[in-house]
Design a protein around this ligand. Structure first.
Ligand code: FES
Length: 375
């Protein structure tokens, strides 16, 4: 079967590499190398992840689909080869992006998948190569990569190739430090265009928000903006946050900085650092108590209140909620003074205590003074 696209063999590979090299060069020219605080570990993870994905994991998965397909569904081989390029590309991309939205979202909401994906969020700087830092198992479990194999098996290889080119352009632009939308938000003429565009595809501001370290800057939403190519899924499923600014900090809070072998080979390789969630047997314990915690707030200051009940810095968030469906609550203090913040997580006036804990007196939950023992 002829797999050339527009008469060029391996056009997808050529363009994908071209986009990566092009954005890499633009970042270098823009002074990235002199500003960067990246360590060799970051480059190893990203370049190694790219190489392993392109040369080993993806070909292996596509090969496995062909092997199983030929055994179980031989009559389906190239069964859709008569489809036009536009239809094949839309069919591949539409389901690909829907699956990737839910897979990516699950990787933020479930502990095991989060550990396979967290290396992606350890990057303290954005960049054209950042999208390739995930555990190897994260890619092996990724439904999209199996979808590439299934579509190719069914004869939609050209649609897949064109879809991968379009996806790569959106992914690299949304991770790069060359943010084409930054000047657009500031221009009276261009801002309506970017407002429409960001409601269709993932733009740099939209995705940088997802990589921000903490919601405290009012721009970042690490537990939102999960889309990969189209932002329609985030809008449809209530996880979209449109911003015109970029986060002040990227990466993870309290990052114990595991060795790249742990990040890539987890769960085969875990860390010995017992403080890291990538160590064996690590459990996030509850820090909920049956009393409120008194804290002093400053008028006008922003605070992140823990709603998951796992923060070691209760009642404030320390990002222990990562790998769950729960987010912290961002609030601004209206006056300076001491207040009681709920720590039984039953209040109806969150984040403030409404004495709901009094109904929990016999619950066995510890009092605040025993919080250290709970942790
Ligand atoms: S630690 Fe962030 S919500 Fe609990």
């Amino acid at each position: 079967m002829d797999n050339s696209l527009f008469g060029v063999q391996n056009l997808d590979v050529i363009i994908v590499l071209g986009v990566l090299i092009g954005f890499g060069l633009m970042e270098v020219i823009a002074g990235y190398l002199s500003r960067t605080k990246r360590k060799s570990e970051d480059w190893i993870q990203e370049a190694g992840g790219f190489f392993a994905l392109s040369v080993l994991i993806k070909p292996l998965m596509v090969g496995a689909v062909f092997l199983v397909g030929n055994l179980l569904f031989p009559s389906s081989l190239y069964g859709l080869a008569g489809w036009g390029l536009l239809l094949a590309t839309c069919f591949y991309l539409f389901l690909d992006d829907l699956m990737q939205y839910w897979y990516h979202r699950s990787a933020h909401e479930y502990q095991f998948l989060w550990k396979l994906h967290r290396a992606h969020h350890q990057a303290e700087e954005m960049g054209f190569f950042v999208s390739y830092r995930n555990a190897g198992l994260y890619y092996l479990l990724m439904p999209n990569l199996w979808w590439v194999g299934i579509c190719t098996f069914m004869g939609l290889g050209k649609g897949v190739a064109l879809g991968l080119i379009l996806k790569q352009i959106v992914i690299v632009t949304s991770h790069s430090t060359i943010s084409y939308d930054k000047p657009m938000y500031k221009s009276k003429w261009l801002s309506p265009i970017i407002s429409v565009l960001e409601r269709i595809i993932i733009t740099p501001a939209f995705h940088h928000s997802h990589h921000g370290k903490s919601m405290i800057d009012s721009v970042s939403d690490p537990n939102g903006n999960f889309g990969n190519m189209f932002s329609i899924w985030d809008q449809l499923f209530g996880t979209a946050k449109f911003v015109k600014e970029f986060p002040t900090d990227y990466g993870l809070q309290n990052d114990p900085e595991e060795h790249w072998t742990t990040s890539y080979f987890y769960p085969l390789v875990a860390t010995d650092n017992k403080e890291s969630e990538m160590s064996r047997g690590y459990v996030k314990r509850s820090t909920i108590t049956n009393e409120p915690i008194e804290v002093k707030l400053e008028k006008g200051q922003k605070y992140l209140y823990c709603q998951c009940g796992k923060s070691k810095n209760a009642p404030f968030c320390d990002s222990s909620h990562q790998g769950s469906k729960i987010k912290p609550l961002l609030f601004v203090a209206k006056r300076t003074g001491t207040v009681r913040l709920c720590n039984c997580k039953k209040t109806g006036t969150s984040p403030f205590c409404d004495d709901s804990h009094l109904k929990l007196v016999d619950s066995g939950l510890p009092k605040v003074e025993k919080l250290e023992q709970v942790v």
